[in-house]
Design a protein around this ligand. Structure first.
Ligand SMILES: *Cc1c(COP(=O)(O)O)cnc(C)c1O
Length: 360
C-alpha cells in the first residue's frame, strides 16, 4: 500500500487518519448491524443514533445556545448562496461583505433573487485584506448581513466578528468552522460545507437561530426551506447518511483532541510556525499582511512562476501534496485544517528550507 502523504488541499481536505481507519474497520458491518452505514435506513435506530450524536457533538463543541437549530443540508456551501436569500430576505434586501471569491459568488447568486448592497469590498485590492464593516453603513432595510469568516482562496480571515446590531449576521464558515472558538450567539446563521473541517464533500451544516426560521416563506419549495428541514430534524428526505456518519467520527476525534479551544491553540501554533518561516525566508514570502492572515489557508510565493512550479512538483515528489495555489491566484497555498498534524507543517518547512538552499 502506498504510504499516506501530507495533503495540503484546500478541499476536499485531509481527514484524521484514525477516523479513516475507523471507517475502514466498520465499513462492512456497522455496530453489529451486519450492514454498512451506507445501507442503513435513515429512519433506523442505528442511523438515528448517528445523526443525534453528531448533532449533540456540534452543539457541545461549538457551545451552540439552546435557541439555535443544527441541521444537515444536502449540497455544499454554495447551496446557501441561494437558500439564505430565499429564506431570510423577506424585504428582498441584504448587505454583503465582499472579501474573496466565495463571498463574491454569494453576492452574484443573491443578486438573482434580491437586492444586494455590497457594503464593503477589497476586490480592487486583489482581496488582500479584510475591509471593515461599519455599523452605520448597514442598510436600514437589510434583512441580514452576510460575511465569509475565512477566505479560503486568498488566505484572509476576520479576527473579530463584526457587530451588526439588530440585523442578523449570516456567516459562511466553510473553511474555519471548528478550527477556533466562535461565539455563536453573535450570528443569525452559520453555514459550512463539510469537506474542509467536517467530513466528506456533498453536504453542509447550518446552525440557525430560531427566530430566523420563522421568516422562512411557505411558498418556496419545501426542499429549499430551512424550516422544513429543521422541523424534520434533517430527515425531510434521505440525508447524506454516510457523510453524516463520517462527520460524527471527525467530531468525536476533535473532542478527544481536547475540543475546539485546544484545536485553536494547535492551529495557531501550526500557522505561526509557517508564517515565521515565510517572514524570514530569502526565497518565499507570504502574500497576506499579518493583521489579516488566516490560520487555515496560507498562500505564499517565490515571486517567480517557474520556481513556484518547480517547488510544487518537487514537493509532490516528496509526499507534500496539493500545494499549488488556486487557479485565480497562482503561487502556492498550504491549507492546514484541523486534520493536518503539526508534524505535517514541520515537514513542509523542512522541505522549504532544503529547496531554498538548493535555489540560492
Ligand atoms: C469551499 C468553500 C465554498 C464552496 O463550497 P462547496 O461545498 O463547493 O459549495 C464556499 N465558501 C467557502 C468559504 C469555501 O471555502
Amino acid at each position: 500500500m502506498a504510504q499516506r502523504i501530507y495533503n495540503f488541499s484546500a478541499g476536499p481536505a485531509a481527514l484524521p487518519h484514525s477516523v479513516l481507519q475507523k471507517v475502514q474497520k466498520e465499513l462492512l458491518n456497522y455496530d453489529n448491524t451486519g450492514m454498512s452505514v451506507m445501507e442503513l435506513s435513515h429512519r433506523s435506530a442505528a442511523f438515528t443514533q448517528i445523526i443525534n450524536t453528531a448533532t449533540a457533538l456540534i452543539k457541545e463543541l461549538m457551545q451552540v445556545p439552546d435557541n439555535y437549530k443544527i441541521i444537515f443540508v444536502q449540497g455544499g456551501a454554495s447551496v446557501h448562496f441561494a437558500l439564505a436569500p430565499m429564506n431570510f430576505a423577506n424585504n428582498k434586501n441584504a448587505d454583503y461583505a465582499d472579501t474573496g471569491l466565495w463571498s463574491y459568488k454569494a453576492i452574484k447568486e443573491a443578486q438573482k433573487l434580491i437586492k444586494v448592497n455590497t457594503i464593503t469590498t477589497s476586490r480592487n485590492d486583489n482581496y488582500s485584506f479584510i475591509p471593515q464593516i461599519h455599523k452605520e453603513n448597514i442598510s436600514k432595510q437589510a434583512d441580514y448581513v452576510h460575511i465569509t469568516t475565512n477566505n479560503t482562496i486568498y488566505g484572509t480571515q476576520y479576527t473579530d466578528v463584526p457587530d451588526t446590531g439588530n440585523v442578523a449576521l449570516i456567516a459562511d464558515m466553510s473553511s474555519d468552522i471548528l478550527s477556533k472558538t466562535y461565539d455563536i450567539s453573535k450570528f443569525g446563521m452559520v453555514y459550512a460545507g463539510a469537506q474542509k473541517n467536517i467530513g466528506p464533500s456533498g453536504f453542509s451544516i447550518c446552525i440557525i437561530r430560531e427566530d430566523l426560521l420563522v421568516r422562512c416563506p411557505d411558498d418556496i419549495p419545501s426542499i429549499f426551506n430551512y424550516k422544513t428541514i429543521a422541523d424534520n430534524d434533517s430527515l425531510y428526505n434521505t440525508p447524506p447518511t454516510f457523510g453524516i456518519y463520517v462527520c460524527g467520527l471527525v467530531l468525536q476525534w476533535l473532542k478527544e483532541q481536547g475540543g475546539v479551544s485546544t484545536m485553536e491553540q494547535i492551529n495557531r501554533e501550526k500557522s505561526a510556525l509557517l508564517y515565521d518561516f515565510l517572514d524570514n525566508s530569502k526565497l518565499f514570502k507570504a502574500t497576506i499582511l499579518p493583521p489579516y492572515r488566516s490560520i487555515m489557508n496560507i498562500p505564499f510565493t517565490s515571486g517567480t512562476e517557474s520556481i513556484d512550479a518547480q517547488f510544487v512538483s518537487n514537493a509532490e515528489a516528496n509526499g507534500l501534496k496539493q500545494l499549488k495555489g488556486h487557479r485565480t491566484v497562482g503561487g502556492m497555498r498550504a491549507s492546514i485544517y484541523n486534520a493536518m498534524p503539526l508534524e505535517g507543517v514541520k515537514a513542509l518547512i523542512d522541505f522549504m528550507k532544503r529547496f531554498e538552499m538548493e535555489n540560492q
